[in-house]
Design a protein around this ligand. Structure first.
Ligand SMILES: N[C@@H](CCC(=O)N[C@@H](CS)C(=O)NCC(=O)O)C(=O)O
Length: 251
């Protein structure tokens, strides 16, 4: 059998990806989801950082000290989860996450996901505000704003022609929202006694949550709910892992 020239083997070899992450951080969860959807195993790319005791080496590479931060083949460190997931989709061939004609719409959706008044900012304010949890329902205006964003995601799903925000395959749009949706669903049930999506008859959104939760990527990256809830009840903070050692295996 004729051997392939060595240079070709090198050109074809996939990039080495190192994701500085905290396995309980919802922003970092976006990057991990994108990488697992591309066929990588978490063990192959995760460099877990204890945010309550950041290693000097991590701060030297990434002085702002936030996760996620990604490094490809010893290249420059890249930060900001929404940029990182777009880059992942661009550099890894397998299974486009910005497929077809909707690419521009998906990229716009991703770049606006963290905006003021969107699902994420109004969800954080619904469950407590400032990354804390509050027991009981928030003010009427906070309920109204959050429900409006859930409704608008529900409307997008109803018109998408598939189970996901932009059609019948998962995209970066689903990935940018899901880590927060997963946490809000659990937190709303626990702290507000409120079923996310059901109060507004957002059936398509409820179905989407179940569809996403059943994906292998989501299952591989989800901590045990009961253990996570125990820490949430004790600390009453979504970002408790910034202040104490914890990870997906020991949330
Ligand atoms: N806008 C950033 C937010 C990242 C972020 O806030 N990460 C938190 C963990 S969830 C963090 O690194 N916290 C450590 C700190 O604040 O020192 C992104 O989208 O990547």
């Amino acid at each position: 059998m004729r051997e392939e020239p060595h240079t070709k083997t090198l050109a074809m070899s996939p990039p080495t990806i190192k994701l500085f992450t905290h396995s309980l951080c919802p922003y970092a969860h976006r990057a991990s989801l994108a990488l697992v959807e591309k066929g990588l195993r978490p063990e192959a790319f995760e460099a877990h950082v204890d945010l309550s005791n950041k290693p000097k080496e991590f701060l030297r590479l990434n002085p702002r000290g936030l996760v996620p931060a990604m490094q490809i083949d010893d290249g420059e460190i890249m930060t900001e989860s929404s940029n990182i997931i777009v880059h992942i989709d661009d550099v890894l061939d397998r299974g486009s996450l910005t497929q077809g004609a909707a690419r521009d719409e998906i990229l716009e959706f991703v770049s606006e996901a963290d905006g003021h008044g969107g699902f994420i900012s109004s969800g954080l304010s619904f469950v407590g505000g400032g990354w804390g949890f509050r027991r009981g329902m928030p003010r009427a205006s906070q309920i109204e704003q959050f429900e409006k964003t859930v409704k608008s995601l529900d409307t997008l799903l109803r018109s998408s022609g598939g189970d996901y925000f932009f059609g019948s395959t998962v995209s970066l749009a689903d990935i940018v929202i899901y880590p927060f949706a997963e946490r809000f669903q659990l937190a709303c049930r626990e702290f507000q006694g409120y079923e996310l999506g059901e109060a507004q008859n957002a059936d398509a959104f409820v179905l989407w949550l179940a569809t996403m939760a059943a994906r292998d990527s989501a299952k591989a990256l989800r901590p045990n709910d009961e253990k996570l809830l125990a820490s949430w009840r004790r600390t009453e903070r979504l970002d408790y892992f910034d202040y104490e050692t914890a990870d997906r295996e020991n949330p």
